[in-house]
Ligand binder design. Structure first.
Ligand SMILES: Cc1cc2nc3c(=O)[nH]c(=O)nc-3n(C[C@H](O)[C@H](O)[C@H](O)COP(=O)(O)OP(=O)(O)OC[C@H]3O[C@@H](n4cnc5c(N)ncnc54)[C@H](O)[C@@H]3O)c2cc1C
Length: 449
């Protein structure tokens, strides 16, 4: 926490995914002193886990890593990873915020990220970053492009053998580190706490998470990524290259039985993207997408869909009612066809991908007094006119914290949140009464008049 003590600061950004990083950079470029707090040991959020991005098919790591690096090196940004907000109290127009810096058991001022500690650590653990495929050590740099490139120790799984401490050339391992609490003042807060995906075991009818060759969309991202667990697309049960891969759309969205009535917006597009990438990675494989309707909402997205059809990807309009498996662990789907007299058919594939949806990642009600809507995402009182202004003056929200959203829109909303936060800070600084929330109130009244 020494990095921030005693420094003047204006804005706190919570969450270091693409939305939080962009909001922090936009505020910092305007001359504001920003503190970015991320609960994980590295920034990057979900975006750094993706293979390529729709609709441009840019390599995700190649476009996210420079952003992560820009955040870490910006002179107006203090980056606190492995850190969480414990409490927030209003202090005039600003806030007193209590932060908890969790111990890494590695001195980040000394660690050079050489990873020698990883090579001697005797503990193998499933790699969460790779959807638990592949392995990691109890002491590790979070992933190859992590920012900061500093190791941490997963103390719950460490056997305290001391091998890492003995081999570290920088003397950085420090088992005596303790949690640190610090209270700091900020003029404005931007919530960029993102989303979680629907858990694979959410739906009993889809195998309840028990079927080895039924994976979720994020796992397929890792299988397709050049930095992924195998470097190839292999199915989990036997390491075989799949000849037939299928996608089940709306697996976790538009589903009242799961309490998720909304459309997650991104799943059609990421399934189409992955299907295209699979056509390149496994040119002989059959790829099928089972869908109710395809939603291609952004610029160039419909053309992307048409390109996928032209490439030979099969689109079947049907609702998948049940997923089981045969004796060879091949997923077997029972599908109710739409537009064909509701005929029920059974299809078998080698590998099945559930196009899981977006769920709220964090509830800010208790700490920030910011309510969430019926869907669990941050409540935005006037979403059409002020899409990142919350009910609490001085607290703004952006990215997937506000609801299902893709990267393009996350970046735009981050710019908007930074601009609202900057206006709020400047009006306070000039002594004029900040009117952002008064404006929202007026906008809301006008809408309901
Ligand atoms: C399988 C899949 C494929 C996708 N493919 C694409 C694509 O090709 N193109 C595209 O445009 N979009 C794609 N998306 C959507 C994209 O991932 C999101 O739009 C984007 O990641 C949203 O960014 P975010 O920063 O809002 O959230 P996140 O990426 O979730 O980042 C939130 C960050 O906040 C941190 N955080 C959460 N709570 C706290 C807390 N209390 N304190 C501190 N830190 C906290 C988290 O650890 C995380 O680092 C895909 C999504 C999925 C699931």
């Amino acid at each position: 926490m020494s990095a921030i003590n005693g420094k003047h600061r204006d804005a706190l950004v919570v969450g270091g995914g693409i939305a939080g990083m962009q909001a922090a950079l936009d505020l910092a470029d305007q001359g504001h002193q920003v503190c970015l707090v991320e609960k994980q040991p590295s920034i990057g959020g979900k975006m750094i886990m993706l293979s390529k991005v729709f609709p441009t098919l840019d390599c995700c790591s190649c476009i996210t890593t420079p952003k992560m690096s820009a955040v870490a090196h910006h002179e107006n940004i203090t980056l606190l990873t492995n850190c969480e907000v414990e409490s927030v109290k209003r202090n005039g127009a600003g806030f007193s915020v209590e932060l908890l810096q969790k111990p890494r058991y590695v001195d980040t001022d000394l660690c050079t990220g050489c990873r020698q500690c990883e090579y001697v650590c005797p503990i193998d653990l499933p790699n969460e970053f790779d959807s638990n495929l592949g392995g990691v050590r109890a002491i590790r740099v979070p992933f190859s492009t992590a920012v900061p490139q500093k190791a941490f120790i997963d103390l719950d799984n460490c056997i305290l053998c001391g091998k890492c401490e003995r081999v570290c050339p920088a003397d950085a391992v420090d088992f005596t580190q303790q949690p640190e609490h610090t209270t700091l003042d900020f003029g404005a807060i931007v919530l960029a706490t993102g989303f979680e995906i629907t858990p694979k075991d959410a739906k009993e009818q889809y195998g309840g998470g028990e079927l080895l060759n039924v994976i979720d969309g994020l796992t397929m991202e890792r299988l397709l990524a050049p930095t992924g667990p195998y470097g190839h697309v292999l199915r989990p049960s036997d390491g075989k290259e799949p000849d037939s891969i299928a996608y089940v759309q709306c697996a976790g969205s538009r589903d009242e039985t799961l309490g998720v009535e909304y459309c997650s917006r991104i799943c059609c597009m990421y399934a189409i993207k992955q299907a295209m990438l699979l056509s390149g990675a496994l040119p002989l494989a059959d790829i099928t997408i089972y869908y109710m309707d395809i939603r291609t909402f952004g610029k160039g997205y419909e053309q992307f869909y048409q390109n996928a059809k032209a490439m030979g990807i099969q689109f079947i309009k049907g609702k998948v009612a049940k997923i089981g498996e045969d004796a060879d662990k091949n997923p077997v789907l029972r599908v109710e066809m739409i537009d064909e007299n509701s005929q029920v058919v059974e299809h078998t594939h080698d590998l099945l991908v559930l196009s899981v949806g977006m769920l709220p990642g964090y509830n800010p009600q208790q700490i920030y007094q910011v309510p969430v809507g019926k869907d669990g995402f941050v409540q935005i009182p006037a979403p059409n006119l002020s899409p990142c202004v919350t009910t609490e003056p001085g607290i703004f929200a952006t990215g997937a914290a506000t609801g299902p959203i893709d990267i393009v829109d996350s970046i735009m909303l981050a710019g908007a949140a930074a601009s609202e936060a900057s206006a709020y800070l400047q009006m306070n600084h000039n002594g004029s009464k900040p009117d952002t929330h008064a404006r929202v109130g007026a906008e809301k009244e006008a809408l309901h008049a």
